[in-house]
Structure formats: structure tokens, C-alpha cells
Design a protein around this ligand. Sequence first.
Ligand code: C2E
Ligand code: CA
Ligand code: CA
Length: 766
Amino acid sequence: MKRMFLIELSVMTVLVLFCIYRSLRSKKEIAWPTACVLCAIVVPLLGNMVIAAFTDPVICNAGYILYLIGTNLVIFSLIDFSLLYCSYPHLKKVSWYTIVLALSIDSISVFLNNIFMHCYTLEETTLESGEIYYVLKSGPGHYIHLALSAVLLVMIAGYYIYRIFTSAALYLEKYLVIFLSILLVGILEYHNVLLDRTIDSSMIGLAIGGVLLYFFAIEYRPIFLKMALHDLLVTNMSEAVLFFDKDGKAIYANKTASSLFGITRDNMNRSAELMGEKVTGTRFLENHMCVDQNFRSQVAVGEGEDRKYLDVTCQRMEDKKGSYLGAFFGITDNTQMERERRESLYRQTHDALTGILNREAFIDQVKQRIGQEPDEIFVMILTDIADFKILNDIYGRDTADQLLLGIADQFRALVHEGSIYCRWGADQFAAFAKKEDISPRVLEQEIRESVKNGNNARELKFPLAIHAGYYEIRDKKISVSAMIDRCALAIAEVHDDYQRLVGVYDEELRQKRLWEQRINAELPNALKENQIFPYLQPQYDSSQRLTGAEVLVRWQHPVEGFLAPYRFIPIFEKNGMIVKLDTYIWEEACKILASWRGTVKEYLHLSVNISPKDFYFIDIYETFTELVEKYHLTPDKLHLEVTETVVMNDAIENIRTINRLREYGFIVEMDDFGSGYSSLSLLRDMPVDVLKIDMAFLGKTAHPKKAEMILHSIIELARQLNMISIAEGVEGEEQLRMLKGMGCNAFQGYYFAKPIPLGMFEKLAA
Ligand code: C2E
Ligand code: CA
Ligand code: CA
């Protein structure tokens, strides 16, 4: 009988040792406390084995000591285990010390039993099998030991009960299994005491409890918990999830899927259809839910505000042998992200003020379009508001912005569908359209209309002028910016023109630009090589005596031949290079005057032309006074021809300069008088000695009588203002006679002579 018990104990011990080994190999946090409980269980097991194996009362007593102290160790380690398993915060130090103290005192008390015999005595019993067995007869100390164990076990059980009642239902399983194991041990432990059996077999129960504890703590996976968690996870996922069986019948749709596609319990069998209504065009429909391969696609669903962007993933599900089981659909609602992406893209590609494309996006789209339709003929249009800066200054930014908004709207209406347009610069809008959609003539009309109707401009009471450049894209290889540059050149052609609003970039303009570039580049060298020189056009007084000449520039170009000023003067006036040319010609004139000094020609004067730009770029006064000093000339031999534009640009300053030149002794002539706008009022402000009457007055006119009267008045006016009048462009005797009759003082024109080289002039004067 004892042997049988011994065998049982040994088997249980080996089992517990195996569990210890397995626990120690586990990486779980609970593994170490589990191993401790199991190690503690080994101690009373060993004690019982000693009790069963020996017949010596001293050795058996030692076995009982091991057994009783071992149970204390078990309880101690079980508390430690349970605290972690139930996720209790650690016990308060006081409670912990109390428990340790109680168990320690109890263990010492067990030891002291050898002296006081207060816990138990051993009673030799002969078993039915005739074997001797020492039975423990409980004394008060043992009852205290049992009571302490019972209290602590109840406390431990309490942890689990508390957890069972306070945790989510899902966790019932986790705590229940351990609680039941402990309950089992408790029952086995105490039934022995209660039934008062000879051989204490409660140890077997303890060992079984240890093995169960190990199993539930280390090996057991809470399957229901796992499944329930999976289910919860899928049900509440923000991603829509649907499962279809191999016949295409829906077997599951989570909450998101249900609300997205309107799937309910009742219409579950129509899930594929419901999904198909929204997620059209995806492959799973074509394949009637028999998904032949995994796929992923982006789908837009709904319209306007309700539009949703979905990311659909479909996955085939197969068993291990590869047979088709069904399909899984995961649908993520990317609407928020997609909207943000679109908004940010919009911000990147659109102008913040007007909401139309910005320059970069325009360039991209135009490039794309040209690539897509290589045979189509396109045009590029650029519009520009004249004097936008002034407008900005006068009315402020907000008003100017309003104006731009209005223009953007009009621009939108102006271009046809399929055109691309953008805000190119501050006050510039660009459009790219099919040639057949818009011609320069139509564009001109539309701009005129839009300016007339544009209430913004009317409110401003500002003469709003919008010019446009039109370029038919013949060279598709040039960059979009280069196309816009061509439009800008075309605008420059009409910029100062209030009649023409649209400039067209064509071959003529291109040639003109090329010519300009060439002439600009060649000027310095031309001056150095004396390709540029003065011609002189004689001037006469009323007795037909030669009085001097106007100096007119000529360019003997090595390739282009003899160039008249109109071929190059306007170009140099535009970019300021005129200064170089003029100062050169002035100096040439001074050289000529100097060469005449002391000869018969000493009495002749020379008139030089001064461009308005000269006033802007150099100190005219300083330049002329230095020249006169350098060549030792009397200033009245040099006549300075200025035009009324000079006073219109920077009136006060320029009038001051002219006055100083006159005070110095120069004769100042007003050139082309009568050709401009403000001639008469100008005479009041502009201090000149000579009025040079524009040849337009001598030209052919429908009202010769009126022209004559005006001419007469001008000459009369000059006389009364103490100015000398000179008529230029005199071509015939009749004209000369008439002018003389009117009292004109001097004459210049083809009637007398054309502009001629210096040598010829000198012969004339000799
Ligand atoms: P402008 O100062 O009015 O010069 C008079 C122009 O009329 C000259 O043309 C002259 O050849 C022309 N002309 C003279 N008599 C007659 C005539 O009887 N009939 C007709 N149809 N034309 C006549 P040109 O030399 O071609 O000069 C054109 C313009 O170029 C000048 O007009 C002047 O504004 C400018 N220009 C010429 N040389 C210079 C210069 O050295 N410096 C600057 N800044 N401008 C110059
Ligand atoms: Ca002149
Ligand atoms: Ca003139």
C-alpha cells in the first residue's frame, strides 16, 4: 500500500519536474512565478515520499517538517503567481510583510514541534498491509497551520473571484480555469483532514493542481478569447470587410461594410449586388465573385459632397491544397486622405487669389496637351493690363485684387472649353487653345467687350486697357515660357496703342526682333569703325541764304548697305543705346564746327537732335558744355533740337536743364512742333528759341485752306512769342512762297537739298 503511494508520488514528482523544465524554457512573464509554485510543490511531495519510504520515526518526522513547511512555500509562491496572473498591483508592503511573517512563524513553529510537541505527534500505525506508517496527530499548532493555509487560500481564491466578476465576460475563461484548479487543490487538501484518512493523499491533489496551473498558465491558449477578440476586431474595424463563399454568397460583412453598402441581415444574400452598385467596374463583378486572382484597386463612389474614395483589396482564399474557398474583401475608406491630397494638389497647382491654374501647372498641362495632340494647331495667348502698378498704387491692393478676380472670370468665359488657362504673372493671364477656337480678331472683340462690361473697371473710373499677345504655335519644340515670351513681344508691339489691343507674333515680328537684336549687338563696333557718321541737311533763311544744317545720322552697314535712321533710331530709343549714338554724333558735329573755325564757313550753325531718352540717362547740360569747351566753340553755333516729349516726361527737371543750356548760350529748337498733342500749352512752359514746324502741315490734306490757316497762326504765334520759326519738309516752290508770305524765318527741305555728306555740304557752302 505504501509502495503504491510512493509510486504515485514519484510519478507526480517527475510530472511536476517536467512542468518546471517546460516553464523555465517559456519566455512568458508568468513562466518564472509558475516555476516557483511548481518548485514549492516539489518540497511537500518529497516530504511525503520520505514519510512513505521510511519507517524510522525521526526520518518520518523530518518528512512531515518538509511537508508542512513545503505547503507554506506553495502558498507563498501561489500568492506571488496570482498577483501577476490577475494583474493586481503589488500588495501593499504591510500586507506582504504580514503574510511573510505569518508563514515564517508557522514554519518556525513546525520546527519547534520537535521540542514543544505543540503541532503534532506521530503515531505509529500498522496498515492493513502490515506496513508501519507514521500518522500525524494534529495538535493546536497544526490547526493554526491549517487555518492560516485556509485563510490565505481563500484570499488567493478571492483574487480570482474578484477578477471573474469585474473583468469583461471574455476573460471569464482565463480566471475561471485557475480558480477551479485552486478549488480542486483545496478540496483534496482538506478532504483528507476532514475524512481523517490514514495515508495523507492530499499531495496527489496538490501535484495535480500544480500541473493544471502550469498547463493553464503556460501551455493553454484561451481559444474562445482569441476567437472573440478576432471577431470583435473585424466587426469594429474601420476597414470594411466582407467574406464570400466559393459560390459568391456573402457569409460575413462587418459593421463598416454593412453601413457602406447598406447590407442588413435580411439582404445579406444580395451583398455582391449591393457592393457592385457602388463599386462599379471592379473585377470581382465581372468574375461573378469567383475571384481568379488577388487585386487591389482605387474606386471613387458617389457624387459631389458624398463622393467617397475607396481602396478595394480582394484576396482569394484557398485551402492547403489550393482549392478555392471564397474571397475576402477589404475596403478602406480613403476619402479624408484623398480629399486632403486633392486639396493640397489643388493648392499647389492653382493660384490662391483667382483659383485658376498657376504658372507651373499651366506649363505642365500645356506640355502634356502638345504631346497628346501633335497634329493639332494651337495658339498661345497672353493678356496684360496696362499700368497695373499704377492702378495698384492708386486704389490699393484689395481693389486691384478684385479687379484681377473679375478679369479671371472674364477670361474663363472668353476661352473655349478644352482650353488651358492660368494666371501667368501678377496682372498677366495666359491661355492655350486650339487655333480654330480663337482668332486674333475675335480675341480683340472679346477683350473690348469684356473691358466695356467689366463693372470692376467702371467703378474704378480708370481707363483700363488690356492688351493681348497672340502666338500661333508653329514651333512646338520651344518651351512654354518661350511661347509666352513671344506673346509678350507681340504685346509690346501694341502696348502704347489704345486702338489695337491684340498683337500677333508672326514672321514679320520675329524678323523685326532678330533685326533689333542684331543692330543692338553691332552698334559699338559700327561706331568704332566709322560706319556711322553724320549727313547734313542745309537750312536757309528767307533770302535763301545758307545759314547752317541739321545733322542727321546715317549708317553705312557692311552687309545691309546704307541705313536711314528709321531702321535703327527707334530701336536704340527703346533700350537707351541712343545715348551712345547721340553723344557720338554730337561730338562729330562739334568736330565739324571746330574745323570751320577761321574759315568762310565759320558763320554756319549745326542743329543736332536730342532724344528724350538722352535727358533720362545723361546730364545733357554737362555733356554739351564740356563738348563746347573741348572744341573751343561758341555755343550759339550749336542748335539743340528737342521734342515736346522731353517736357512731358519729367517737366520740371528737364525745363530747368533747357533753361540752363540757353543761359549758357545754346540755341534750343522745338522739333516737330504741331505733331504732338499739347503743343500750344507747351509753348507757355517750354523755353525755346526756335519753333521747328512739323512737315505734316505741308503734306497733302483734304482741307488745304484750314491747314494753311493753322500754319499761319503758328508762325504768327512764334513771332509774337519772339521765337524764330523754321519750316522743315519744304519740297516745292509754291510751299516756300506761301511760307515766306506767312513770315516764316527759315527753311529746310528737299526743295533746297536732301541730307548730304559733309564734303558735299562744304562745297555748297564754299
Ligand atoms: P527729324 O529730326 O524730323 O529730321 C528730319 C527728317 O526729315 C530727316 O529724315 C530728313 O531727311 C527728312 N526730310 C528733310 N526734308 C524733307 C523733305 O522735304 N521731305 C521729306 N519727305 N522728308 C524730308 P531722316 O534723316 O531719315 O531722319 C529721321 C528722323 O530720325 C529725324 O527726324 C530724327 O528724329 C531722327 N534722327 C536723325 N538723326 C538723328 C540723330 O543723330 N539723333 C537722334 N536722336 N535722332 C536722329
Ligand atoms: Ca530734327
Ligand atoms: Ca523734325
